[in-house]
Ligand binder design. Structure first.
Ligand code: ARG
Length: 564
């Protein structure tokens, strides 16, 4: 299966191991020159011979009749070029994909290692808006990717459930809130009174004091305050969980900021003891001047802790609880400085694992009609975006394929898939401007395009019916066929690379490439054809393509409908 290794073992040069040869094998500039090449000038010094001569002699030493997996070996200008037998190659690759099935692309490289992923991390009583899309779907994709590589993965929703704003919310609720309405309309109703509080606070500063007083009550564990707060939390979670279900997203832990109320002091004590904490106008900070960063503020003058204090306590807790090999934070780049600062503080505390903390930053998502602000209440709810995409997907399906069965279910899969894909298809650091028509374009770089290609594979396979003829793989060795097979063979490497760089977009780009090549193959070759052995080879290639598309989409959290 590993051709590079097989080639390395074919080459005998005294004093050079097969491993060294393996490392020297490269890809020729052009596929027409072969699949691998060995630059022989590297041996010229050792053998005291011209590279051309070395290449000629090596070529003469290879017996093709004993190595039918090789089509030809050529000596060209000091290079030894190897061309694989394409039918044999097709047979091996397609055979492996079909026998691995759902497991094709998986590996156990992460066995025994744990990765914590902090993603989505929504705020209680705040809308789940389009700005949460990327963290949620990038985090969930990385979750599945690491799982597929055999890692133990802990998905953490670090809920924003602490801060003075919750005092304000209680105050707003006491004035204008209505429990039934909130139970019925959920976050929207909560958010309305919160926004109202903010605008009235501008005219009536006494409101701010009232809010602070309620926050104090939460902190002191007052019964009414904590009960109301739990109610807000439940309402929020019930609603976001519905969205998580639509998006196919799961968490292993919902430990939010408030969970760390009693876990910050030991960290602060250790900082104090290590002489890292300094006082600045009554506040406690870690000075980061030498690192060209503003100080990391950990305790305010009034004794209140901050977002960073909680993040540090959470990191210590996670290290202790899960003994992670890596802890990822899938959070927008706006928080770059925040993470840089407290990661540095962990380093200064001489915790070796500071190296394993990774801020997986990503760009902003906006709708074409501009920005939004939570406080002013101008937000784009993610649920509304999903609903609109599903509705539009339904319209397209009605137009293209009005007799499709299960239209409603498929519209949901296509609409939601399109939105998820839009946040995964570019390098994560790029800002995205969301456009419904673009993400739903069946011929674009979209989920519907991949879903449609998968459905095309299904319908070809179905039309051909079951058969177990011996495949004649010369039927898939045209330029596009060979390229498709080569690309299919690289899937597991792509999954590994995407984990290593925290880039689900490697998988999305890869799948677009697979789909593009398959469609080209489909238009250039008859799959159902008179020569049934050739047909069997093309069908097997179709099945292998379908397997890769399905496995890849599953990693991204996108459903592949049978038909479209
Ligand atoms: N709740 C925060 C926000 O909406 C994101 C939290 C990210 N996770 C973390 N551990 N800081 O901005």
């Amino acid at each position: 299966m590993d051709y590079k290794k097989k080639i390395a073992e074919l080459i005998n040069i005294e004093g050079v191991s097969a491993d060294e040869i393996f490392g020297m094998l490269a890809f020729p500039k052009d596929l027409s020159m072969g699949d691998y090449c060995l630059p022989c000038f590297k041996f010229a010094g050792k053998l005291r011979k011209a590279p051309v001569m070395i290449a000629n002699e090596l070529k003469d030493g290879i017996d093709l009749s004993k190595n039918t997996w090789l089509e030809k070996v050529e000596s060209v200008a000091g290079y030894l070029n190897f061309t694989l037998n394409k039918s044999d190659y097709a047979d091996k690759i397609i055979g492996k994909i079909l026998s691995d099935g759902e497991n094709y692309g998986k590996s156990d490289m992460g066995k025994g290692k744990t990765v914590c992923i902090d993603y989505s991390s929504v705020n209680i009583a705040k809308p789940f808006h389009i700005g949460h899309l990327s963290t949620t779907v990038i985090g969930a994709a990385l979750y599945r990717i690491y799982k597929a590589l055999g890692y133990e993965v802990v998905g953490i929703n670090h809920l924003g459930d602490w801060g003075t704003q919750f005092g304000k919310l209680i105050s707003a609720f006491k004035r204008w809130g209505n429990k039934e309405d909130i139970e019925k309309r959920g976050i929207k109703a909560l958010f309305e009174i919160y926004v109202r509080f903010h605008s009235e606070e501008k005219e009536n500063p006494a409101l701010a004091d009232e809010g602070r007083a309620w926050f104090k009550k939460i902190e002191d564990g007052d019964k009414e305050a904590t009960e109301l707060f739990s109610f807000f939390r439940e309402v929020t979670l019930k609603e976001v969980e519905k969205l998580y279900e639509r998006l196919g997203v799961k968490f292993d832990s919902y430990c939010g900021e408030s969970f760390y109320n009693d876990k910050m002091q030991p960290v602060l004590d250790e900082l104090e003891q290590k002489g890292l904490l300094t006082e600045s106008e009554g506040a406690k900070v870690v000075n980061l001047d030498s690192y060209d960063m503003p100080p990391c503020l950990l305790v305010k003058a009034d004794g209140a802790t901050l977002y960073a204090t909680r993040d540090m306590a959470a990191a210590f807790y996670r290290k202790q609880t899960y003994d992670f090999d890596k802890c990822l934070y899938v959070v927008a780049y706006q928080q770059n400085l925040h993470f840089k600062q407290w990661f540095k503080v962990v380093e200064l505390m001489e915790k070796e694992w500071y190296k394993d903390l990774v801020h997986v930053a990503f760009g902003m998502v906006s709708l074409e009609d501009g920005a939004m602000s939570t406080r002013e209440g101008r937000v784009v709810f993610l649920e509304e975006v999903l609903d609109k995409a599903v509705k539009k997907a339904g319209d397209i399906i009605n137009e293209k394929n009005p007799n499709l069965k299960d239209k409603e279910k498929i519209s949901e899969q296509v609409g939601v898939g399109a939105v998820v894909f839009s946040a995964l298809c570019n390098n994560r650091i790029k800002d995205i401007v969301f456009n419904f028509d673009k993400v739903l374009n069946f011929d674009g770089e979209t989920a519907p395009y991949l879903q449609y290609t998968t459905a095309r594979c299904n319908s070809v396979i179905e039309k051909a019916g079951e058969s177990d003829l011996v495949p004649d793989y010369s039927g898939v060795t045209s330029a596009v066929g060979a390229e498709l097979i080569n690309v299919l063979s690289r899937f597991s490497q792509v999954v590994k690379d995407s984990a290593e760089k925290y880039e689900p977009s490697f998988v999305t780009r890869y799948l677009l490439n697979v789909a593009g090549l398959y469609n080209k193959f489909y238009f250039e070759h008859k799959i159902i054809t008179d020569d049934k052995n050739i047909q069997q080879a093309r069908l097997n290639l179709t099945k292998a393509t379908r397997t890769v598309l399905k496995n890849g989409l599953a990693l991204l959290g996108i459903q592949a409908p049978e038909r479209m």
